[in-house]
Every structure is written in C-alpha cells, then in structure tokens.
Design a protein. Sequence first.
Length: 426
Amino acid sequence: MNDSILVFKFGGASVKNSEAVQNAIEILKLFPNEKILIVVSAMGKTTNHLEHLFDLFWEQDKVSFLSKANELKKYHTDIINELFSTSIRQEILSNVTTIFEDITRFYDKKCGKNKSELYDSFVSYGEILSSLILQKYIHNQLNESAWADSRELIRTDANFQKANVNWEKTIHNINVICQPQLKKHNIIVTQGFIGANSKGETTTLGREGSDYSAGIFAHALEAKSVTIWKDVPGMLNADPKFFKDTIKLDKISFKEAIELSYYGASVIHPKTLKPLQNKGIPLFVKSFTEPLESGTKIDVDTSNDRDIPSFIFKKNQVLFSITPKDFSFLIEANLSAIFLKLSEAKAEINIMQNSALSFSFLVNENQDKVKAIIRILSPTFHVKYNSSVELVTVRHYNQKTNDFVCKGKTILLEQRTRTTARFVLI
C-alpha cells in the first residue's frame, strides 16, 4: 500500500457553486503536504442538464437545444466569474468557451453512430468542465496541482453507457502517467465517470460512476485511503428523503457495504468497493461541510455490521409476471431463454421469483426498456405488469422493522433470508 497517496472524490453537490468550490479548498488545506488525487464529478446537476440537452439533440429541437446550452454555459461562467479575479479569469473562460463551442457543434453531428456512443461523448463534457475549473482554482489558491485526463487513464471496452474496465491497461496507464505527476505535484485533479476504449472513443462507467473511478485510481495507485465527500454526515441506515430518523453507520465492513450497494443504497456506487477490498484500502464517507467529523469508515472489520438495521427504498419500479403461452412448466431451459431475452432488452433485474408456471421480476421504470421487455417476451409468454411499485430492502431486519415498512401497503412479492427481507409494495 502506498501510504503517501490519498484519493478524494468530490461529487456534484460538493462543487455545485463558487462557495462549494471554495469549501473544497478549505478541505484540502486540512491535508498539507499530502499527495492527493482528486476525482471530481460534474458540477451540481450538470449531468442531468446534459442528458436533457442530449434528448433535444436526438429529437432535433435546435432552438431548445441552443437555449438550454446557453443556460448551462452561464451557470459555469457565473461560477468562474465569482471564483477568479479579472487578471486570471480569461484563460479559464477561454477553455470553457471552447468546450461550449464543441457542445454547440455536436448538434450538427449525424446520427450514424450508436445512440449510446453519442451519449457518452456528450455527457462527458460535464466532468471535463468541472475538473478544469477546480484544478485552476486549486492552482490559484494553493499554487499547486496538475490536471489529468481520465480518458487517457481508464481504458474500457466499447460497452457505451456502462463500460467495463480493462484493468491491466488501466493500472499501467495510471502508474505511467500519474506517478510522475505526483512526484512533481501534491495534487492531481481528474474526472470521474469517464474513460475511453481502445479506439480512443469516450465511454462512461454508468450513472454515479465517479465513485467507481475513485476506486479504480486508488486500486491502481495502491493508495492509503479513499474519501468520498458528500452532503451527508456519512453512510446512513436509510435515505433521509424517505426516512425521518436516520442513523449514521460509524463503521461497517466491505462485505456489508457491498451488500447494501447491491440492494440499491445510494451513497456508494456498487462497483466502487470491490477494487478497494481486494487491496485492503479503507473507504471513508465524510461530510464536506463538517470535514473534521468522523463520517463512516468501511474496511475489512465485520464486527459492527449487525448493530443497526438498514433500509433501502427503490421507487418507480415495474413488477412483471410472465407465464408460458403453451402451458409448459418453467423448467431450466425456459428460464435460460427468459434470461437471454431479458439480456437482449438490457433489463437490469432488481428482484426475481419463480414458480412452476410463472416468473416474476422487477425492473426500474424506464419506458424504453419496459416496451422492449414486452416486445421481446410477448411472442412466447403472457406478460402482465404493475407500474409505479416500490421495492424495500431491510438488512438485519426484525418484525418491528418489517411491520413499519409495510404499514398501509399491499405486498405483491416478498423474500427473506437470515439477514435480509425484501418487499415489493404498492
């Protein structure tokens, strides 16, 4: 393990405006003389804004596209104007203007390329913008830092929108490029969420993939630790949007955190933890407004895992129930065919259950994917579904916790193991 390198991940909320960026500098000042690699997300809700712009591009609504692009440009230029004095503002404004010229030109691209490929090359602008602004401000305030392009570092396959990492080439690239930079500079700023395939085409690691990027960099550099700076005091036992009396988990194991993220806990990206676990690199989830507080520590120790029940809510779900049209039983061959069809529809199953005659499964409520599932399964199966249902997962449950989450709801599907209870509710 490299005790000299820390990996910090700043999410969109932690760089959403000029005050937040200034706060990031105050956090960095708490770690003088440390070698720090910063992975940064797009500022605020920029990725959502870019996704909306991409929809307008795809629909060929040029007037709305240009109007929304100007809104996004103003958002970034306002932050720059508030952060930088007149004498040093022009260079970063020039860089940002060039990026927005690229965004405008993107509208005139032909749609010959795959939609997912175009999506990845477009939404990546958010991280490029945020990393340029943050790096320039760190350099201005601390007289320190370098910028690195994660598209030159993280090598992936061509599975656009959810690319798979080529670990061998990625580890090589990060060490060849970042290690020399870290000898010259205490701070490197790079982008989360994005990489590139062997052709140099931009790819993304999936929504919220910046956490995963931090795990990749830490694994490759054998870092001392990773800290994810969030707008919460640490990892909570429930999402405060859905749950009033949340409790902070002071310390949990990689195993427990992986289970929670697998079931949908929103604090940590599901793929983030495994590369850290493999190298024994601890992960801290800390508040960017209270950086001296302890936050949550995730490491190999499992002794605290069962102390507090955790609640995970997934809203806007669709529960499908299918039965064979020929009245055959759902034997292994039928299930294999079902999974192949669901893979073809790129369906991500959140829970599933089968009987002799029916197979039920739950997916996120995405209209395109719902239509694809119905189209692909309907020739062979009777397809029924319930929209706008909710999946609740309770880790380390008891009867009181289960009664609480199911109160006033109808249970459509229920599963329990020794440690986990899951309910599909309407």
